[in-house]
Write a protein that binds this ligand. Structure first.
Ligand SMILES: Nc1ncnc2c1ncn2[C@@H]1O[C@H](COP(=O)(O)OP(=O)(O)O)[C@@H](O)[C@H]1O
Ligand SMILES: [Mg+2]
Length: 392
């Protein structure tokens, strides 16, 4: 059975519903302006949820405050907390089609372990994993900013005429930054110092966060696998991933390596440059067929968008149907993109990308900063009291 994440369904926005909130948590009351607090502890560290940031395909992600109250230091910082939606994990379904909370927690723990093994400024840092008895919670570095899903069209709109392309220099700068993260993912070493052959397997717009610092950061290691995982027998008839970004070998359920992530990064480059989706598909066969025609179609669309031929060639190489014809490494891809961009459209620095993000999303970013400031002012007294109590 194929368990493709739907290619054309946009996840619900945080503002659309609060049904995914844990029972003890409510966003700000309609008129009272008061937050009901919900929190959890991890040793001496206390967390309090501030608001729902996003509902992904598998989990809800909250903005939270982290307090280190020991010795009266009262250090606080803002983090992101990911907790699975109830009964949605496709890895371990119950008879009724749901899945056990245990399986979800195990999957999140696995995601935490993998995430924690990668260190790069272009990968969201994993800070903690907590099981408070009711739910598993993954504590992540908060990547203040937006995701590439905010920059890109949400549906295949190749013929729709909506042009969502970002300036080519910005596209090159963002993908350059993403490739630095991908290089770090693929270069992950185990405790014995050997490469573990880590492959992300789900490089999609929602899993690439674009910070207010202008950096792209890879997140969501929920589908990541090491070479050892790949070598194990597992159900290869179950396709995992997001249809619009699947390499043909992933759709076919073959054993994967890092070139599957190169392919997905190539699709992201294409989408950023042209503002259009390359392909989708509801079944493995459809995706493989679409991928076989993908490069030819991509060449035409890149040409229509007047993308310089050197950059188009880089994009097409990443999108090669046969993985041997793609860039062997994210670093090779990045160098080729650098060379092709510098002499033509230019390649945006982090500062330039930061200014672009700020200009496009200023209202949303400002609203979020304001909510954090409000939350702090409402909760400052209570936090100080609690710290005094726990320090006593
Ligand atoms: N560390 C983070 N900082 C800011 N936003 C985040 C962070 N992690 C996730 N998000 C937001 O939550 C969304 C869903 O997170 P993700 O980990 O991809 O969940 P899922 O496994 O359900 O796909 C992301 O697309 C992004 O918008
Ligand atoms: Mg995701």
């Amino acid at each position: 059975m194929a368990t493709l994440k739907p290619a054309t369904v946009t996840p619900p926005r945080a503002s659309a519903s609060t049904s995914a909130l844990p029972p003890t948590f409510r966003v700000r009351g309609n008129d009272s302006g008061i937050y009901r607090r919900a929190g959890f502890r991890s040793g001496a560290v206390r967390y309090e949820l501030i608001e729902l940031l996003a509902c992904g395909g598998m989990a809800s992600v909250f903005l939270a405050a982290q307090f280190h109250g020991g010795h009266g230091a009262n250090l606080d910082r803002i983090v992101a907390v990911k907790t699975p939606h109830p009964r949605l994990d496709p890895l371990d379904r119950n008879d009724d089609g749901g899945c056990s909370a245990d399986a979800q927690d195990r999957a999140l723990l696995r995601e935490a372990r993998i995430g924690a093994s990668v260190r790069s400024p272009n990968v969201v840092q994993t800070m903690d994993f907590v099981d408070d008895g009711e739910r598993a919670l993954l504590v992540l570095e908060w990547a203040e900013g937006v995701s590439l899903a905010d920059l890109l069209p949400s549906r295949a709109c190749r013929s729709g005429g909506h042009d969502h392309a970002v300036p080519a220099a910005i596209a090159a700068g963002v993908v350059r930054s993403l490739l630095a993260g991908l290089d770090a993912v693929h270069a992950t070493r185990g405790a014995d110092g050997r490469l573990v052959g880590l492959v992300h397997r789900d490089i999609t717009p929602g899993n690439v966060l674009l910070g207010v610092d202008g950096r792209a950061r890879i997140s969501d290691f929920g589908l990541a696998r090491t070479a050892a995982d790949e070598a194990h027998a597992f159900d290869r008839t179950r396709i995992e991933g997001t249809a619009r970004y699947l390499a043909p070998e992933q759709a076919r359920g073959e054993r994967l390596d890092g070139r599957v992530d190169i392919f997905a990064a190539g699709i992201l480059l294409f989408e950023l440059l042209t503002g259009t989706a390359l392909y989708g598909g509801a079944s493995a066969n459809e995706i493989v067929e679409a991928a076989a025609r993908g490069a030819e179609l991509a060449a035409r669309v890149l040409d229509d968008h007047a993308v310089p031929s050197g950059i188009a060639a880089v994009c097409l190489k990443a999108l090669a149907f046969h993985r041997d014809a793609r860039f062997a490494t994210a670093r090779d891809f990045a160098h080729a993109l650098d060379r092709a961009s510098r002499t033509t459209v230019g390649i945006a620095s982090h500062d330039t990308v930061a200014r672009y993000v700020d200009a496009r999303f200023v209202k949303r970013l400002e609203r979020q900063r304001q909510r954090i400031a409000e939350w702090r002012s409402v909760n400052a007294g209570a936090t100080a009291n609690r710290t005094r109590v726990s320090a006593a």
